[in-house]
Design a protein around this ligand. Structure first.
Ligand code: UD1
Ligand code: CA
Length: 470
């Protein structure tokens, strides 16, 4: 850990997002926007990260960051009114009591990584009291422009709306929005700011001109691609595209086969030698074990998938566990609370919810398994339905080991079916079935020889006589 505190400014209104959700909470690769600059600061070794938030977004930001970064040394400061970035920085600084260096960054830059921040600290020494990152912009519009004197020393930053002379308009070196300096130097400079500019706001950028009054301000160059800010949904989509490409590269380098462009959230973990096919979406905290295959079009959210699992195309798995060697899909739907144990099979058009499928059990075709425990090696036939809901309450069904549930059966919950029992095809089970018993409940078949032939003749004769009448 370093003698370094970081302030992340995230209290802006974000009106260009056209959303009641605070800008910094918009999701990008499965995380809130503000997560990424905060994570970059933590990766840099910051001892504390203070996030400056607006009063209405405070609760949500605290809970979102607490969820995504549990146990991180985070603090919060509330900026009562959005009076500008200079005011926000001052509010953040109010939370810091220790001596040392402070890094200030903006909360709307999700592509930032620790390595992008490092250069801003390099210029600082006894002489250089403040430093900030700049880059050459092909299109500098919207950015603050960097003013330098004849000797090349940074003298100030002018915001777009406050540009005056032709010389100022022609500047292409812009402010990246990342600053570092000694806490006392920053405190003094921020308290001297005045809101005299086109927007009537306190500009953090004015600390540059302020500090040059007593010392030298250093700069370092930044990678413009890492600094892309998100102000609207188009920029959000573009930044997400970059993050997704990075995440694919991260897993491919870690030994995962990546086919085409699956979309993998930042919080997902995949073991080496797994294979993720194209058009797959892996969301939330999903984990995929080694040698497992997630085939085309599958969508997994907060799923725990073991090793050597085969998930055939277009399977949907939400908040469920799948143990080693299980085979799923195509087109299966595991809803929350499903637990598929080792080597079990769940086939096409099978829906499970709050269900456990024992080791080696099979439900291969067209079934609904809700609120049920199925024992090891039990076979659930095609079209079997668990009637777990009577319109008022859900009840649990228990099926033992080595049971055979015939096709098109209904298990009306709650029922218990003992080990080794056999339920005949088409049975509606409303009572418990003891171990080893056969349960069968269907109308007995009646077969009438030649009846169909006679019926056909009668019907044909009737149709012909009606035609003659017409
Ligand atoms: C800012 C810089 C500009 C720089 C650019 C880089 C200023 C005055 N301008 O402009 O020089 O080139 O970033 O992207 O700093 N915020 C608050 N409270 C406020 C206002 C803003 O917390 O009262 C936060 C916002 O949530 C946002 C960040 O500060 O995360 C930056 O604000 P924004 O309005 O986006 O600044 P830019 O116009 O992009
Ligand atoms: Ca911005």
């Amino acid at each position: 850990m370093r003698n370094l505190d970081v302030i992340v400014l995230a209290a802006g209104r974000g009106t260009r997002m056209k959303s009641p959700l605070p800008k910094v909470l918009h999701a990008i690769a499965g995380r809130p926007l503000v997560y990424f600059p905060v994570k970059a600061a933590l990766d840099l070794g910051a001892r504390r990260v203070i996030v400056v938030v607006s009063p209405d977004a405070r609760e949500e930001v605290v809970s979102a960051l607490g969820r995504h970064l549990p146990n991180a040394p985070l603090g919060y400061a509330v900026q009562e009114r959005a009076l500008g970035t200079g005011d926000a920085a001052k509010v953040g600084l109010g939370q810091l009591t220790d001596a040392g260096q402070v890094l200030i960054l903006y909360g709307d830059t999700p592509l930032l990584q620790a390595s992008d921040l490092e250069p801003v600290l390099t210029p600082l020494d006894d002489r250089v009291k403040l430093s900030f990152l700049t880059f050459e912009a092909t299109d500098p519009s919207g950015y603050g422009r960097v003013l330098r004197d004849a000797a090349g020393q940074a003298r100030g930053i002018v915001e777009q709306r406050d540009l005056r002379t032709d010389a100022e308009h022609s500047i292409t070196e812009v402010n990246a929005g990342i600053y570092a300096g000694d806490v006392d130097v920053l405190r003094t400079a921020l308290s001297a700011l005045v809101p005299q500019n086109a927007q009537g706001e306190y500009y953090l950028t004015d600390i540059v001109a302020e500090v040059t009054k007593q010392g030298v301000v250093g700069t370092a160059s930044a990678d413009p691609a890492a600094l892309a800010g998100v102000n609207d949904r188009h920029q959000l989509a573009q930044a997400e595209g970059v993050l997704h490409a990075r995440i694919r590269e991260r897993w491919a380098r870690a030994g995962v086969t990546i086919k085409g462009q699956p979309l993998i959230d930042d919080g997902v973990l995949i073991e080496a030698d797994a294979c993720i096919e194209s058009s797959v979406r892996l969301r939330g905290t999903t984990r995929i074990g080694g040698q497992s295959l997630v085939d085309v079009g599958s969508v997994l959210e907060d799923a725990r998938v073991g090793r050597g699992v085969v998930i055939k195309p277009y399977s949907i798995i939400t908040q469920s566990r799948v143990a080693d060697g299980a085979v799923l899909g195509p087109f299966c739907h595991l809803r929350p609370g499903s637990e598929i144990l080792e080597s079990a099979h769940v086939g096409n058009f099978v829906e499970t919810k709050n269900a456990t499928l024992g080791i080696g059990a099979k439900a291969n075709h067209l079934a609904y398994l809700g609120d049920i425990d199925v024992g090891a090696r039990t076979n659930i036939g095609a079209g079997a339905i668990v009637c777990n809901y009577d319109g008022y309450a859900k009840r649990r069904t228990r099926v033992g080991q080595d049971v055979f549930i015939g096709s098109d059966s209904q298990l009306v919950a709650p029922v218990v079916i003992g080990d080794g029992a056999y339920v005949g095809t088409g049975t509606t089970v409303t009572q418990d079935v003891p171990a080893g018993a056969l349960a069968i409940g269907r109308v007995r078949q009646e077969t009438r020889p030649d009846y169909a032939t006679g019926l056909r003749e009668r019907l044909r004769a009737r149709a012909e006589s009606e035609k003659k009448k017409d």
